[in-house]
Design a protein around this ligand. Structure first.
Ligand code: SIN
Ligand code: NI
Length: 263
């Protein structure tokens, strides 16, 4: 059974994250923990009518990119053990310089087999209702991933840019062109492809450009992504699926029971 514990990152891992805007960390879950998380994810994906939110329906264009369920921790105690864990949140905290982190939300990200589409290049931060950047995501894979089933790609140093326009994941604009129009040229051939073993993860800054390959295999690619924000991150007043049912005041910190302090 998953027992929480701390992982101490090396100085190299932290400085690589700061320099490039992403980092790969191997073996954060062992075989038994991974099996437990797979079971929990299957249970939560098969459960309808709870508080988590399915953002795409079968056959919809978005579903071909991602079969996504947001805030699985609110419906499944087993998912909550991982999503709220010190092991995962503690790594996020070390990467942002030990400022303390809160949960923003989690999502199960499945790339389904057959008629799968790649996840286009984008930044995450423009989707989030936060005044300032600093939030980051863990992308924890439940399956071995490579270019054939939807592993991630990152463009180093793009986290040094500002917030650009939000890219639609179903036929949006080219973020590289937009960056170039803003005077920042990045060569896509310099992108880093990150194949990983199940139980390993990446962290990326909300401003880092990233994409994922389509899934050409006959099995789903299963990932748990968790978004962490530095404690004190404030609400910018914009709509978002995770705040729309709350009466939040613009300018106030995203805090309280829906955004618990984890580390
Ligand atoms: C994916 O899992 O395909 C994309 C994840 C992300 O955009 O953060
Ligand atoms: Ni993203």
């Amino acid at each position: 059974m998953f027992r929480d514990s701390r992982i101490n990152l090396t100085d190299e891992q932290v400085s690589s994250y700061k320099e490039n805007g992403f980092v790969q960390i191997d073996n954060v879950l062992n075989r038994e923990e991974l099996e437990e998380l797979r079971t929990c994810m299957e249970e939560v994906m098969n459960n309808h009518g709870g508080k988590s939110i399915q953002t795409s329906e079968d056959k919809a264009a978005y579903y071909k990119v991602l079969n996504q369920r947001v805030n699985t921790w609110r419906d499944h105690g087993g998912m909550a053990r991982f999503v709220l864990s010190e092991r995962l949140a503690g790594m996020a905290d070390q990467l942002i310089g030990n400022k303390g982190v809160r949960l923003f939300h989690d999502h199960a990200l499945l790339k389904m087999p057959h008629d799968s589409k790649e996840t286009p290049w984008h930044q995450d931060f423009p989707y989030w209702p936060m005044k300032k950047p600093g939030a980051l995501s863990i992308w924890l894979t439940l399956d071995d991933v490579d270019e054939k089933n939807g592993c991630m790609q990152f463009m180093p140093k793009t986290h040094q840019l500002n917030k650009l326009k939000a890219v639609s994941l179903v036929g949006g604009h080219d973020i590289f062109e937009e960056a170039e129009n803003n005077g920042a040229r990045f060569d896509k051939s310099q992108a880093v492809t990150v194949p990983m073993k199940a139980g390993s993860c990446t962290f990326h800054d909300g401003l880092t450009f990233h994409a994922a390959f389509a899934n050409q295999t006959d099995k789903p690619r299963r990932v748990l992504a968790i978004i962490y924000m530095p404690d004190g991150t404030t609400f910018n007043g914009k709509p978002h699926i995770t705040v729309d049912d709350l009466s939040l005041q613009q300018g106030k910190p995203l805090a309280g029971g829906r955004f618990p302090k984890l580390y």
